[in-house]
Design a binder for this molecule. Structure first.
Ligand code: H2U
Ligand code: ZN
Length: 351
């Protein structure tokens, strides 16, 4: 059976980064929908919100005053999920009740003093400021001897649990590799040992040759709907040069990272003419003091929306109990994102 025939009927695809399968059921996209319908969300319409704890000059929940910042602004999370102090502690009862103390640092980074300014609507200069701030927020905790991993992630929109529309992300830096980066790390290492090559450099070449899942690209980055995507409009942002972390990017590449993130998020907003919700984050080399030449910098976007600004995908039933599953093929999703264009729907001239 040829490849096109195979992927036209129910099949499973392999994710070589996580070493797991996703079930694809292309024939199911026509099924009727009578499920939950929520309300579409639009970007905030005010540049300053007196009740926003991230707007300049306002009080945060713990009583600290946010300064009158003019570009990006970083602070220690007032409600951190991890704490930096404490000795290592371990308990193991019968190999079944196993626990370890986990130390870490949690920060919040505001992208802009403007309450309404999201990544798809920022200028090249503002985006460069955000990329520089991400780089600094990777490099600074990476210098701390006990920090072995730094996760930079953005929750956008209420649907994804963002607590506030003010453009911001979080940084969690901790003492051990989290589950998913640990699995990716092993896959990258195994591939490098076996083939003397990089899994993601090779994967990028395959995608660039075939073209059908490439949504947009510039000289330094490409955005693809990965062959093994789980979320309907999931994308993977790959650096074209083999670098393991943001701090190894050159100045021009930092500008191009801002450019590609603006372009993919415009496409997302345009899909359903909404402030498109997602969780996104960077995966970078562990910061345990080793070189980690096998690591390849990338970002994942995991958006929940499926067929409109209000109908979203949930991981339920078979997906919770068996294997993740999707109806919309990654090729169709890429086609929709390609069609969505790069002029933001709010900037289009009225007809
Ligand atoms: P999210 O929107 O992704 O939840 O990120 C906002 C973070 O801001 C969240 O982790 C923190 C929350 O703990 N926060 C403060 O540090 N200070 C506040 O006054 C409110 C929220
Ligand atoms: Zn605000």
């Amino acid at each position: 059976m040829n490849f096109q025939e195979l992927i036209a009927s129910p099949h499973k695809r392999f994710n070589p980064l996580l070493q797991e399968w996703v079930l694809v059921s292309p024939q199911r996209t026509q099924r009727p929908w009578q499920g939950e319908v929520g309300k579409p969300s639009q970007p905030s319409s005010v540049t300053y919100d007196p009740n926003c704890y991230l707007c300049p000059g306002n009080k945060r929940a713990g009583g600290v005053q946010t300064p009158r910042y003019t570009e990006t602004y970083v602070f220690d999370n007032d409600f951190p999920a991890l704490l930096p102090d404490g000795d290592s502690q371990h308990c193991d009862e019968e190999g079944l009740l196993v626990a370890e103390r986990e130390r870490g640092i949690c920060r919040v980074l505001c992208f802009s003093p403007r309450h309404d300014l999201t990544i798809p609507r920022m200028s090249a200069r503002e985006l460069r400021g955000v990329v520089d701030a991400w780089t600094e927020q990777f490099s600074a905790p990476a210098q701390i001897s006990w920090i072995r991993h730094v996760e930079i992630f953005e929750n956008r929109g209420e649907l994804m649990g963002a607590s506030n529309p003010h453009p911001h992300c979080q940084i969690w830096a901790n003492a051990t590799l989290p589950n998913l980066p640990a699995r990716e790390s092993k896959s990258l290492r195994d591939y490098a040992v076996e083939k003397r090559l990089c899994l993601l450099c090779d994967y990028l070449q395959v995608e660039l040759q075939r073209g059908e899942r490439v949504v947009c690209q510039n000289e330094a980055f490409a955005v693809v709907v990965p062959f093994w995507a789980i979320w309907p409009f999931e994308t993977l942002v790959l650096s074209k040069r083999h670098v393991g972390s943001l701090d190894h990017l050159r100045g021009g590449e930092r500008d191009l990272l801002g450019d590609v993130l603006r372009r993919i998020t415009i496409r997302y907003d345009n899909l359903f003419e909404t402030a498109f919700p997602y969780s996104m984050g960077f995966h970078q080399r562990p910061t345990d003091g080793e070189a980690h030449e096998e690591w390849h910098l990338h970002a994942h976007y995991f958006p929940p929306l499926l067929r409109s600004a209000t109908v979203r995908k949930f991981m339920v039933g078979y997906e919770l109990l068996g294997t993740p599953q999707r109806d919309l093929t990654p090729e169709s999703a890429a086609g929709r994102l390609i069609e969505a264009g790069e002029t933001h729907y709010l900037d289009r001239a009225p007809l």
